[in-house]
Structures are given as C-alpha cells and as structure tokens.
Design a protein around this ligand. Structure first.
Ligand code: NAP
Length: 481
C-alpha cells in the first residue's frame, strides 16, 4: 500500500496545516505507513470555528427537510461504498474487514436516522395562568459544535455526533484521533460531494491539546462533544467551566458481564465472545469483568476457553481473521501489564496470555485471545479498563453479592447479564447502575437507542431522539396579548 497525503477540510476547502507538516498514519497490523495527515493546531482550528460560525445562520434556517436530504445522501453513499470505506478502517485501525464493514453501515445509520429526526424537533405551547398570556417553547440549534473523537470506531464515533448535530441545525468542527484521520477524511469527501454548504462541516487534524484548547476558549464554540478516555474527558470538563460551555462526554467503561446459574450457557458463551473480542476488546462497552455463578463456573469457563482458542488472529485484511491487532504499542503494553499483574497475583490463563511475536505478528501489536480464571479484585484487570482481548472470570454466589460487585466501580457505561428467570431479569436490570444494559443481549448499542453512561462514564446521551436534544437550546417565550 503506497502512502498518500490527505488534507483537512475547512470552509469548503481541502487545506494543509500552516506549518506544512504532516504526521504518519500506520497500519497496526504491520507498522506500514498507510497515509499522512496535516499537523494542524490552534490557528487552523480557529479558522474552522470561524467558518462554522459564519455558516451557522443559513444552515440553521434551512428547512429541516433539506438538511434531512443532504444527510440521507451521505448515509446512502456510505452504504454504497461500504467495501472501500471498510478497507480504510481495517488499514488504519486494524479490525477485521467484516467488522469494519459492519461499522460503516452502523455509522451510516446515525446519519440516516438523524436525517429523519431532523423533521421532528417540535416546539410547544404551554397553557398560561392568566388569560392574556401565551407561553411558547422553542427548540433552537445550539450553534457551532466541536467534536473530538477516538480511534476505535473511526466512522461511527464521528457520525454519532455530527449526524444529530447537523440534523438539529448546528454546524460542526471535528478533530479525529491521530491514529485514524483517513476514515474521517473519506467521510468528509462524501459531505463535500453531497453539496453541504461551505463551513457547515469542517475537519481539523493535529495537536490534540492545542485544538482542544481552542475549542474550549473560543466563545463561538457553543458545545463540545467528546468521546475518549475519562482522563481527557475530565480535563475538558474542567476547561469547559470557564465559559460554562455545553458538554457531552462519552468516556471509559468497565462493563460487568454476569452469568447466572439459570442462564443458557451456550448463548452466554457466544454472547461473551461477541461482546468481549469484537475489535480485539477495544470497545468502551465491551465486557471487562465476567462474573459467573459458582455452580456453572467450571462448565462456563471450559466452554468459553474452547471457543476463544479457535479465534483466528491476524491482519484484518486476510480472509477469515476474527481478531486483529491492538491499535499501538502502548495499548499492547497495557494489556500485557494487566495480564502479567493478574498472573503474578494468582490468576491462571486457560488460553492465551501473551503477545503474539512469532513471524509477521512481531511487526504488529497482536495479543493472544485470553481467558483468565482465579481473578480477584486486588488485580488491576478487575478495576481498570483493559481495552484488549482478555476475559477475566470471577466466581460469585448470590444475586445480591454480584450486584454489589458489579456496581462497585466509578464507571457506569454498559453492563450485561444472562438469565432465564423473568423476575430476576427485571430485578437485575433495574439495579444495575449503568446507562446501557444488555439482558441476554451482547449488542445493545443501536442507532435508535440512547447511548451513554452513569457516573464517571460520561454526560448526556447519543443515539436516537435523545441525541438531538443534546444539540438544541430550549427557549421560553412568554407573550402578553
Ligand atoms: P483519548 O486518549 O482520550 O483520545 C480521544 C480523543 O481525544 C482523540 O481525538 C485524542 O487526540 C483527543 N485528545 C487527547 N488529549 C487531548 C487533550 N488534551 N485535549 C483535547 N483532546 C485530546 O482516548 P483513546 O485512548 O484514543 O480512546 C479510548 C478511550 O475512549 C477508552 O477509554 C474508551 O472507553 C473510550 N471510548 C468511549 C466511548 C463511549 O461512547 N463512551 C466510545 C469509544 C471509546 P489524539 O488522538 O490526537 O491524541
């Protein structure tokens, strides 16, 4: 694959950074350079914000149906070009092609779903307490939205933010992760082709701290929507206080996955494999702590290890590969450190447990799909997000005990449980302190449903009609007649 130079998209033009410098984008499967992106900073971000602010009044005033049609166009083009776009995701992010294609379709649906929803941002009239007054409530687009996104879903994390923002009538400036700017650029080419007005959608790449600081300090940015680590989310939240800037935060998770003794074990094993090993365990909602009730612990562990051993690891472009590389060297080092720490403290690897360094694997950042038993809460893996293909199994006795353990974390993004008892299903679903709960379902994140976390996992919701609410201001107009 030859490397290609790509550009930022500001005010309807493809532009270089002022410095003329670029950074390299590498394939995590083999370290090859697959492209470059401009090393922008605060000045480029400021120009993008100015362009978005200039474009805002006309974009907000467009009839919702016209905004809808433009968004639909991009969504349909993504669907039509799914193979080409998926290849880009695999090249820069590493996930297997089939998963990348599923991501492209999932990402497209955030545009098509939001597009339809653009038509449903109604106001209301509230009965007044006196005869000569009328109270109107307007929902108006908030203004310029800045979005900062992570690398693990290079298309979906962008469309999940800007689909509803654009639908609501906001204009946007996006800063994608440094590992995956090429997918973002491909997406913005589709916005350009669709005929979005200059300045409505802008893309800047480069220095995250400088660009983030510009977003926070520029009063023309009315809202910042961030997906990424809790650490950076907290930093941005502190910075947003200065201008009381509107914030949406989608941060880290530490999802419990609970298997009760009455569960359909085969279904639970398949669910865990799907939930835990998708994207090599690099999703914010993937299972991090697997609690299995004692009577079925051994049977479940054995069935799980049998399935996990069969997962095919490799370059995501190769046919049949189910598990790609981790995104970079620090990610691989973190997974290794978590597994080594657990093993040192008494955990046992039923399968996997080491990086893959043999042959061509050594050029990338591969870790063997791993199942650990004898895990306890003294181990890092039981308290910190691992972001890798490791399933740590922890036995439990009672429902009460497991709920206390599952909720004993500052995170509250996603939780899963398997049971065939209908009463338990309701009890457990209600008591889990998580924004997303999969009950016998490993895949609860869909475009029409709310997505977001309790506690330190974030603020606000993306997905469905809840997402548009995050991009409007509510105005009370009291009219005396
Ligand atoms: P990260 O380091 O926080 O990076 C996310 C984004 O923030 C990137 O675009 C990054 O830019 C940027 N960034 C870094 N430092 C910044 C700063 N000082 N100011 C402004 N922006 C800054 O997170 P990550 O490691 O890439 O992503 C993994 C994390 O995201 C995990 O914790 C995962 O759980 C979370 N996540 C959450 C969700 C959710 O919906 N809740 C979804 C996906 C991922 P550079 O790339 O240029 O450094």
């Amino acid at each position: 694959m030859s490397s290609e130079t790509n550009l930022m998209y500001v005010d309807g033009h493809w532009v270089e950074a002022d410095s003329g410098k670029h950074f390299e984008v590498k394939n995590p499967a083999n370290g090859e350079v697959v492209g470059t992106a401009p090393s922008g900073g605060w000045a480029e971000a400021r120009r993008a914000v100015v362009a978005a602010a200039r474009a805002f009044p006309a974009w907000a005033a467009l009839p919702a149906k016209e905004r809808c049609n433009l968004l639909l166009h991009v969504g349909y083009e993504m669907q039509a070009r799914k193979e080409q776009l998926a290849r880009l995701v695999t090249l820069e992010e590493g996930k297997p092609l089939a998963e990348a294609e599923a991501e492209v379709l999932y990402a497209a649906e955030f545009l098509t779903w939001s597009a339809e929803e653009a038509k449903r941002v109604p106001g209301e009239m509230i009965p007044a307490s006196v005869a000569n007054k009328r109270i109107l409530v307007l929902r108006q687009p908030i203004g310029v939205v800045a979005a900062i996104t992570p690398w693990n879903f290079p298309f979906a994390m962008i469309t999940r933010k800007i689909g509803p923002a654009l639908a609501a009538g906001c204009t946007v400036v996006v800063k994608p992760a440094e590992q995956t700017p090429l997918s973002a650029m491909a997406l913005f080419r589709l916005f350009e082709e669709a005929g979005f007005p200059a300045g409505a959608v802008n893309l800047v790449t480069g220095d995250p701290a400088e660009i983030g600081k510009e977003f926070l300090s520029n009063p023309q940015v009315r809202k910042l929507s961030f997906t990424g680590s809790t650490e950076v989310g907290k930093l941005l939240m502190r910075g947003a206080a200065e201008q009381v800037k509107r914030l949406s935060l989608e941060l880290g998770g530490h999802a419990p996955f609970i298997v009760f003794e009455d569960a359909d074990l085969d279904r639970a094993v398949d669910g865990l494999v799907a939930c835990k090993f998708r994207n090599a365990g690099q999703t914010c909602i993937c299972a991090n702590r697997v609690f299995v009730q004692e009577p079925v612990f051994n049977a479940f562990s054995a069935k799980l290890a049998d399935k996990v051993r069969l997962l095919k690891v490799g370059n995501g472009l190769e046919p049949g590969v189910q598990l790609g590389p981790l995104i970079d060297e620090p990610a691989l080092a973190k997974v290794r450190a978590h597994v080594d720490d657990a093993v040192r403290k008494g955990a046992k690897a039923l399968c996997g447990g080491r990086p893959r360094l043999d042959g061509d694997f050594g050029k990338g950042h591969f870790f063997e799909p791993t199942v650990l038993t004898n895990v306890n809460t003294e181990m890092k893996i039981a308290v910190e997000e691992t972001f890798g293909p490791v399933a740590p199994l922890i036995p439990f006795r009672s429902e009460e005990e497991v709920l206390a353990k599952a909720n004993n974390t500052p995170y509250g993004l996603a939780a899963y449980f398997y049971t065939r008892d209908a009463s338990r299903l309701f009890r457990v679903m209600e008591k889990l302190e998580y924004g997303i709960v999969g009950a016998n379902d490993p895949a609860p994140a869909v475009p029409q449903a709310p997505f977001g976390g309790y506690k330190e996992s974030g603020l606000g919701r993306e997905g469905g009609r809840y997402a548009l609410e995050e991009y409007v201001e509510i105005k009370n107009v009291s009219i005396a007649i």
